[in-house]
Design a protein around this ligand. Structure first.
Ligand SMILES: [Zn+2]
Length: 67
């Protein structure tokens, strides 16, 4: 029986039809890995930086003050 290591907990698991959650050892490890992947995607810096908008807002406020 070939085995593999669960990517989440590194536990060796039999690669069999009974291993429902392969390449993970369990649903829990699958969800942990999925959650880690999603949080990595969300934590990319610069994706949601409000720089240009905040800058435009500042200019707008400045202009109205001069007006
Ligand atoms: Zn695992």
């Amino acid at each position: 029986m070939p085995t593999f290591n669960c990517p989440t907990c590194q536990k060796p698991v039999d690669w069999s039809p009974a291993a429902t959650w392969r390449p993970f050892c369990s649903e829990r490890c699958r969800l942990i890995d999925l959650g880690a992947w999603i949080s990595e995607q969300r934590s990319i810096p610069g994706e949601q930086e409000p720089g240009p908008e905040a800058d435009a807002h500042d200019h707008e406020a400045d202009g109205s003050r001069r007006h």
